[in-house]
Design a protein. Structure first.
Length: 306
């Protein structure tokens, strides 16, 4: 089997676009350089990124992948670690559950706010971007709980501005070094989140991005504190239930699943994870997961009818 080209590996990792790869190849030929040297000289990647890609290609260890903006996510900072591998397994199961659809939207739903949905959503969108799938992280938690920054400083406008008609859809922010990734922040906290999210309002916003993105990962507010999660779930293609060890009660999880089922929402399964309590940090990220994917549980559990 032919060895994968260096440029293809950079694209799969979400570090370069195909257009950038072509520029690197032309520059490489003109200057008689190696691919990695040419990419660094053009300013597209760093030496550390080249080392990390080479480490994967030739199967030797590398501890971190340094990016222009350091993401506190294992899938980005420790791409060959156990947690990153768990995220990739989850990415594969989601892809299988969506039956090979090129475009799909997935909402992460949990009964409570302490399950780690923000971290999981951020990790998943990076994982999809790393294999060249243009992915948009959508913070649809328009409550106070959704005002924490996700993956760097949030923009002053965002989803709530678009839903309220104060800003046209289409804007998003990017993360340098991950070409296929976009982020749509929650925007200013509105007084009426439920009203903004009613009917097909969110679906229309997502549809306006289909020319730029294939996959939409949507963070929702806790299902046991508002009905917004259910409103969001009705407007996406599928949902993933998120439970936290020693925090999420089975009765709460079953009630959330029942509500989704009653709304004819497709539930792919349940992620059961361990979640480290939030620690104060400058980027506002709500903590991290330990041993993220402890198990994948199809819904409903074996022996329970739908």
């Amino acid at each position: 089997m032919a060895m994968e080209r260096m440029g293809d590996r950079f694209v799969r990792a979400g570090l370069l676009t195909q257009a950038q790869v072509q520029r690197v190849v032309e520059f490489q030929a003109a200057r008689n350089l190696r691919f990695g040297q040419a990419a660094v000289q053009l300013g597209f990647v760093s030496d550390q990124m080249v080392s990390a890609v080479l480490a994967e290609q030739y199967q030797y260890e590398v501890s971190t992948l340094t990016r222009p903006i350091e993401l506190p996510l294992a899938i980005a900072a420790d791409p060959f670690g156990q947690e990153a591998e768990a995220i990739r397994q989850l990415r594969a199961r989601i892809s299988m559950g969506m039956e090979g659809q090129r475009h799909f939207s997935l909402a992460l739903v949990s009964p409570s706010a302490e399950a780690g949905c923000a971290y999981l959503a951020s990790s998943l969108v990076v994982a999809f971007a790393q294999i060249g799938r243009n992915a948009l992280l959508v913070n649809a938690d328009l409550h106070a709980s959704g005002q924490r920054e996700m993956m760097g400083p949030a923009q002053p406008t965002g989803l709530s501005s678009m839903l309220a008609g104060r800003q046209p859809p289409g804007a998003y922010r990017t993360i340098p070094g991950i070409a296929a990734l976009g982020i749509l922040d929650a925007g200013p906290q509105p007084p009426n989140p439920a009203e903004l999210l009613r009917d097909a309002a969110l679906r229309r916003i997502l549809d306006s991005y289909v020319d730029a993105f294939e996959i939409f990962i949507v963070k929702t507010p806790a299902a046991n504190t508002s009905g917004d999660a259910l409103s969001i779930a009705r407007q996406v293609d599928a949902c993933l239930l998120v439970a936290r060890k020693d925090v999420t009660l089975m009765s709460e999880l079953e009630e959330t699943a029942r509500l989704l089922e009653s709304a004819n929402v497709k539930v792919l399964g349940t992620v059961y994870n361990e979640y480290a309590p939030p620690e104060p940090r400058a980027d506002g990220l709500a903590g991290r997961l330990r041993g993220l994917l402890r198990s994948w549980l199809p819904w409903p559990p074996a022996g329970r009818g739908r």
